[in-house]
Design a protein around this ligand. Sequence first.
Ligand code: G
Ligand code: G
Ligand code: MN
Ligand code: NA
Length: 254
Amino acid sequence: RELEQELQGALARGELRLAYQPVVDLADDRVTGFEALLRWDSRRLGPVCPSRFVPVAEASGLIEAIGAWVLHEACTAAAAWRAEHGRDLTMAVNVSAVQLTSPHLIGHITDALAASGLPASALVLEVTETALVSDPERASECLAALRALGLRLALDDFGTGYSSLAHLRQFTVDVLKIDRSFVATIGDDGVMPPIVRGMIDLGRTLGLEIVAEGVETETQRRLLVEGSCDSAQGYLFARPLEPADASLLLLATS
Ligand code: G
Ligand code: G
Ligand code: MN
Ligand code: NA
């Protein structure tokens, strides 16, 4: 309740912001894009993490306005960095179950793309398996409509939901994001865990781009490269960054 009351005015008070975590191409360590991660610095409650306030935003309907703001903000940043640095950068935005099935999502996306000038092909929407299972038929339709806009879809936290394999058959996505709990099983013994190898091979076979999340060690990076995983995110490369720092990183690696 208190959280909901505070969140009510957070957008208007400018307490929400986005942090941007670089996604790197494992073949050459170059930044190919970013994932936008929502942050709330509440004047009353201090920093509140999205796993706490996103469910509140969903239950109260505030997720509509917040989601529209996130899309606008993230697309604007991506378009600016593409122009500034002359690079084909992508921007990944997380959408929750409620957002995915909202009749307003498509409008919010087309508005954000039009206002920013970001090409649809540079936008990736990240959905989780749990967002898809409650109403799979409906979810399938929503995903198809989104893909028809020309953007790409990523299955986020892959492996943590239940019945992952059935989802891959049922839902057409472009990118597979291997959850960091699996990446964390790649230890320092230099041996690729069979399950991670299997996830990469499966994604390969299906023609998907594969992104490993939560890469923290050099051994993990090396084994993922050898296993022909495409891209990675994680503290080894960079933490989620303030916009100015993201821009500096692009400048430093141009
Ligand atoms: O960065 P962090 O660990 O705090 O993110 C926690 C979770 O919050 C992530 O799993 C992510 O999916 C979710 N999240 C981050 N930003 C957004 C957002 O803009 N919209 C929605 N719906 N979820 C987000
Ligand atoms: O669920 P989703 O993947 O959207 O959320 C990404 C979350 O993972 C963010 O909260 C981000 O801060 C966190 N994260 C990003 N890189 C790493 C990492 O290398 N290690 C850990 N432990 N968390 C990470
Ligand atoms: Mn994500
Ligand atoms: Na994830």
